[in-house]
Every structure is written in structure tokens, then in C-alpha cells.
Design a protein around this ligand. Structure first.
Ligand code: NI
Length: 178
């Protein structure tokens, strides 16, 4: 197990544009393995290399997070090649601990990336994982989701959201009912 320290908001490393990965070597494999361990320990959905202080374009996502079984997807030099639809929901970040904000993202996203050995592949997903693709790739360009929000959600708002709002019912509707 290699747990790395997660950098938090305010650290300039999170605002830097990361360089492409060019060497698909043991050093990269160690980084990806450590990112996976760090993500698992933090119970997160996704982690980008700059969040552990490495300014390279690499991301690990737990694509099995909605199922019972964790399954990790490694994306090296990822880019979004297709995006469609729209979703609005609470979003958080391991580098902004304990906080959430409502962010609108595409609902369906296809990415192109390299695996740890340099082979190109495509992956597509919807909902939470589509949101995660967008969030993590933004990290690689030095951006945090907080740039998309006016304010953080209150605990009550977050509880209300997760209490199971009817599909299509917005947070504003929920507030008006109270
Ligand atoms: Ni994040």
C-alpha cells in the first residue's frame, strides 16, 4: 500500500496545468497504484495526479462506486471526445474536504485516454462517472469544481438532496416546500 498525502485547496499545485505523461514506466505504475490506494482509503470517486502533488496528466476513477464492488479505471492523458445531455447535482472533491456544491455537467461523456502501458482506448459513462470524468480532467488543467459554484451547500440542503428528491425536482423546489 502506498498512501500519498492529498493536497488541499489553497495549495498552488492545484492550479497548475499538468504535463502529458510520456514515459509509461515503473514510476508511472507506482504513481497509479498509489493513487488507487489513496483513493480507496479516502472513499472517493476519483483522484487526479496533481491532488497528490504530481503535475502529470493521470487520473484514477472508481467506476464501480455505485455497485457493491470497487473497480478502478486508470486514465492517462485523458481527453473528452464527446459530451451530451445535462445533469445538476452535488459535487465534492477530496481536495476540498467536507464541502459540496451544485454543479451542472453533461450527463453522458466519452473520453479517450491511454492505459498504463501507453495503449489508447475509449471509455464512456453517464451520471456520476460522467460527472467524475469532467471533474478529474479539469484538475489536470488546474481547475477545481468550486469555480462553477456561487456557494457551498448547507448540511440541510445536502440531506434533503440525498433523502431522495423525486426525479426532476430541483433543490429550489425542496426549499420552497419547507
Ligand atoms: Ni477533485
Amino acid at each position: 500500500m502506498g498512501i500519498r498525502k492529498i493536497v488541499v485547496q489553497g495549495d498552488p499545485l492545484l492550479n497548475k496545468k499538468c504535463r502529458p505523461v510520456t514515459d509509461f514506466n515503473k514510476r508511472l505504475h507506482n504513481l497509479l497504484d498509489d493513487m488507487k490506494d489513496t483513493l480507496a482509503q479516502a472513499n472517493g470517486v476519483g483522484l487526479a495526479a496533481p491532488q497528490v502533488g504530481i503535475l502529470r496528466r493521470a487520473v484514477v476513477i472508481n467506476v464501480g462506486v455505485s455497485d457493491e464492488e470497487d473497480e478502478y479505471l486508470e486514465l492517462v492523458n485523458p481527453e473528452i471526445v464527446e459530451a451530451s445531455g445535462e445533469q445538476t447535482g452535488p459535487e465534492g472533491c477530496l481536495s476540498v474536504p467536507g464541502k459540496f456544491g451544485m454543479v451542472t455537467r453533461p450527463d453522458h461523456v466519452k473520453v479517450r485516454a491511454q492505459d498504463r502501458d501507453g495503449n489508447w482506448f475509449e471509455a464512456e459513462d453517464e451520471g456520476l462517472i460522467a460527472r467524475c470524468f469532467c471533474h478529474e480532467i479539469e484538475h489536470l488543467d488546474g481547475h477545481l469544481y468550486v469555480e462553477h459554484i456561487d456557494r457551498f451547500l448547507t448540511d440541510e440542503e445536502l440531506d434533503a438532496y440525498y433523502a431522495g428528491l423525486e426525479e426532476g425536482q430541483s433543490l429550489r423546489d425542496a426549499e420552497e416546500e419547507n
